[in-house]
Design a protein around this ligand. Structure first.
Ligand code: PLP
Length: 442
């Protein structure tokens, strides 16, 4: 593991395998008798690693780059070693209380001043689905027993992550009841359009119940004006959820705390340490100031899980779908302690600065154009040519094996997307990616 992390750049970021190559090379049935660990490890090196996409490679700049830092990996190993299941306080006081303490540290670091209830889920998709379920519980509590919930409507922007719509699908809201509010020229949800959509639905006898804003959208990292959206949600008695899965941690740097302006008025907020906080996948945090509503939505205690009531003994199984819960807080605790608030702020600050430098370089090169503002560590740009040329450019750059960039479509046009977030990425890696883009542009 240490050797891999020290020399990850030996590998191409993307493996050169075709679908089915690995599966076809492995036995169809598991072994009848145990095998020596040396053989298993050898096959891991020979077969598994060559089929790996190296997310821990500093040239990984696709999607949102993530990384497993050393302290995070160590925390993950220890968590597997203890192998506790934190469904109840009693089944592991350590899991429950470290989760409470660690999430409270993180809340303070990102500048949310009021106490909040925090809970760890696997992914932001799961966190947001729980937030949407809590929103429904607040507005239509009868649905828990009666089912149905006809006419409930959720509002998010046309730039929101697909997990919001999926969350609505999962809890039976129905895709046709998800309103995708138009955005302004900088891809931010328009408050006037939100207010108009809610009023229109109310007049039609529908039941608006939830607004989901995003701080750091997936395509362009745009920031919805939460401070302008919050009064609209409040006026209509709707739950406001903020998806800050990627960008929320930027607020650890004091000069970026403004990105969460208005979020203290939100009912819930998700932030993902497994995206930009150097914590191994998976770890997503859902904060809410209305834990009692989340609890009403999900608590269901069979006799065999009943324990003595004690207000300080939180049973996390009461606040969501999963019963069994891994000890995820341990790896986050290791990361927060090892780097400290200032250490993390500096890493994030550096990555944002390298992205800003790249944005300026793109602006200065008349063969390229930027397709969105770059408020964080992600830059969207395109070669001034056809979509096909941009797609081919992306493929040529990724084929070098040195970097992995991804794409999006903005205003109907194919756009390259470079996202910095890996702990091993340096300014030199970003500059090298830009060199490769320029050299491969024809
Ligand atoms: N929200 C935003 C803004 C995202 O960018 C993403 C993924 O990139 C998600 C939610 C979903 O994250 P997860 O993979 O943790 O479900």
């Amino acid at each position: 593991m240490a050797d891999y992390l020290a020399h990850v750049e030996r590998y191409p970021v993307l493996p050169s395998v075709k679908p089915g190559d690995l599966a076809d090379s492995l036995p169809r049935c598991g072994p009848e008798h145990g095998e020596p660990m040396s053989a298993i490890l050898e096959d891991f090196r020979r077969q598994i690693v060559p089929a790996a996409t190296h997310w821990n490679h500093p040239g990984f700049m696709a999607y949102f780059a993530t990384s497993a830092s050393g302290p995070g990996i160590l925390g993950e190993m220890l968590s597997a070693t203890l192998n506790m299941n934190g469904m109840l306080w009693k089944t592991s006081p350590a899991v429950v209380e470290l989760e409470q303490v660690t999430l409270d540290w993180l809340r303070r670091w990102i500048g949310l001043t009021d106490p909040l209830f925090g809970i760890i889920f696997d992914t932001a998709s799961t966190s947001s689905m729980h937030a949407i379920a809590a929103a429904r519980e607040m507005v239509a509590p009868e649905v828990r027993t009666e089912g149905g919930g006809a006419g409930l409507v959720l509002y998010t922007s046309e730039q929101a992550h697909s997990s919001i719509e999926k969350g609505a699908i999962a809890i039976g809201i129905g895709q046709k009841n998800v309103r995708k509010i138009p955005v302004d020229g900088e891809f931010r949800m328009r408050p006037d359009q939100l207010a108009a959509a809610i009023e229109h639905d109310r007049a039609a006898g529908l039941r608006p119940f939830c607004v989901v804003a995003t701080v750091g959208t997936t395509s362009t990292t745009s920031i919805d004006p939460v401070d302008a959206l919050a009064p609209i949600a409040e006026r209509h008695g709707l739950w406001l959820h903020v998806d800050a899965a990627y960008a929320g941690v930027a607020a650890i740097a004091p000069e970026f705390q403004h990105i969460l302006k208005g979020c203290d008025r939100a009912d819930s907020l998700v932030v993902n340490p497994h995206k930009w906080l150097f914590t191994p996948v998976d770890l997503s945090v859902l904060y809410t100031r209305r834990p009692e509503i989340l609890r009403h939505a999900f608590s269901l205690v069979p006799e065999y899980l009943r324990t003595a009531e004690d207000p300080r003994a939180v049973n996390y199984m009461d606040y969501g779908v999963p019963l069994g819960r891994r000890f995820r807080a341990l790896k986050l605790w290791f990361v927060l302690r090892y780097y400290g608030r200032e250490g993390i702020a500096q890493m994030i600050r550096n990555q944002i600065a390298w992205a800003q430098e790249l944005a300026r370089q793109v602006d200065a090169d008349d063969r390229f154009e930027r397709t969105a503002p770059a408020p964080f560590s992600t830059v969207c740009f395109r070669f001034k040519g056809s979509d096909e040329e941009n797609q081919a450019l992306l493929e040529r750059v990724n084929a070098t094996g040195e970097v992995f960039l991804s794409h999006t479509v903005l205003h109907g046009r194919f756009t390259l997307r470079l996202a910095i977030g890996n702990i091993g990425t340096t300014r030199a890696h970003v500059q090298r990616a830009w060199e490769l883009v320029k050299a491969n542009a024809r």
